[in-house]
Design a protein around this ligand. Structure first.
Ligand code: UD1
Ligand code: UDP
Length: 375
């Protein structure tokens, strides 16, 4: 019986680990699987744990208000040692590029525990964007023993850095989570009605055009967020019939400019972070999505929704190459122009609004568990 420890800390890691957790649970005779949350996020993590019905075995409860990279890095390393000593896992599973993934991999290495990296090999090529995630992911890649790359391109990135063994292309588990979420929405009429009722007060989803907005990247704090908010303000004023729905990330560096610049504009709706089924329902009803989120860039193409990526570079290039996503940067005029052109040019809109699945087919967790069983 192998002991597997899944470690995660933030909303997107939890979403992407959830289907994998339940896949491992199907093989109780092979694996003793435990979950450790650093709780780098608290409320936003708990929303996901709750929806996917995951009860952590270890909860480090680390989040502090407006925490720094230094706090979260040092606190998690110190606390994780105790968890490893208690459980003695054979393999630690980490996901993505957060500080939690980096410190979990590093501290597992200090204990000579094998590390499996889910969503390995994405690269923007710019060490300050996404910051600090680009370097976190590179470092985890060089620490890890097993690499689960979502796409061929990610595998190639690893190959180029000399990581050539134990690399498998399995798709991204975010699509497993998305398909699972969509299935629940389809089957659970009560939940669907609750969600429709909630949004009914905001927009008429049969008729009105909405733009979904999310944003939280550290490299955009300050001037970048001011630009993004001023762009949204101008778009809202130019198109009063349009509704902009923005579930605002809990990071105070995001909330301050967003609330200051956008509060009180009548066709902009600033919401608290949405529970996952609410968010995917809203994505499916959106006209287009403006975001800097990694996960949303991956989910939106499966739903046929155009994504304007408010970043200067992205490590998710597959959507851009397929033409369903476009990098618009964080300058006000460029964001406004890109939105205008999708609203006013129908053929351009339809070129982008195509359902494709460059990031996965919903079977990534199955593949990962099969491979780990065979190792
Ligand atoms: C983190 C990850 C980022 C990921 C993002 C997903 C790092 C360095 N950053 O960024 O890669 O894309 O999560 O959302 O690992 N907060 C709350 N409640 C919550 C969550 C956050 O109040 O549930 C506030 C707290 O004040 C916290 C702050 O947000 O200190 C920042 O959280 P942190 O995890 O450090 O950074 P994110 O910007 O969320
Ligand atoms: N998400 C959510 N509620 C929200 C905003 C996002 O459930 O209000 C989901 C989204 O569907 C995606 C993930 O959270 O799966 C993305 O998280 P985030 O943008 O915080 O982080 P990133 O993916 O950029 O690391």
């Amino acid at each position: 019986m192998r002991k597997i420890l899944m470690i995660f800390g933030t909303r997107p890691e939890a979403i992407k680990m959830a289907p994998l957790y339940w896949e491992f649970k199907k093989y109780q005779e092979d694996f003793d699987v435990k979950v450790c949350v650093t709780a780098q996020h608290r409320q936003m993590l708990d929303q996901v744990l709750n929806f996917f019905n995951i009860k952590p075995d270890y909860d480090l409860n680390l989040m502090r208000n407006n925490q720094s990279l230094f706090n979260i890095t040092s606190d998690s390393i110190v606390e994780l040692e105790k968890v490893y000593d208690d459980f003695n896992p054979h393999i630690v599973l980490v996901q993505g590029d957060t500080t939690t993934s980096f410190t979990s991999a590093l501290s597992a290495y200090y204990k000579k525990i094998k590390v499996a990296h889910i969503e390995a090999g994405l690269r923007s090529g710019n060490k300050y964007s996404p910051f600090p995630e680009e370097i976190n992911r590179v470092l985890v890649g060089h620490i890890a023993d097993y690499h689960f790359a979502p796409t061929e391109k990610a595998k190639q990135n690893l190959y180029n850095e000399g990581i050539r063994e134990n690399v498998w292309v399995v798709g991204n588990t975010v699509i497993d989570a998305l398909f699972l979420g969509l299935r629940i929405l389809e089957e659970n009429e009560e939940l669907r009605s609750k969600i429709e009722l909630y949004f009914n007060g905001i927009f008429e989803f049969q008729r009105e055009k909405i733009i979904l907005v999310t944003g939280h990247r550290r490299e955009s704090f300050g001037e970048g967020f001011e630009n993004i908010c001023n762009a949204l303000k101008e778009i809202a004023e130019s198109y009063p019939e349009l509704k902009i729905i923005y579930p605002v990330h809990l990071n105070p560096n995001v909330r301050e400019p967003v609330n200051r610049i956008l509060n009180g504009i009548k066709n902009i709706f600033l919401l608290e972070p949405l529970e996952y089924p609410y968010l995917i329902w809203l994505m499916s009803k959106s006209f287009l999505i403006l975001t800097d989120s990694g996960g949303i860039q991956e989910e939106a193409p499966s739903l046929g929704k155009p994504v304007l990526v408010m970043r200067e570079v992205t490590e998710r290039v597959e959507g851009i190459e397929a033409g369903t996503a476009s990098l618009v940067g964080i300058k006000k005029e460029n964001i406004v122009k890109a939105v205008q052109s999708l609203i006013e040019n129908t053929s351009e809109y339809h070129k982008m609004a195509r359902a494709i699945n460059p990031y996965g087919d919903g079977l990534s967790s199955k593949r990962i568990v099969e491979i780990i069983r065979s190792i």
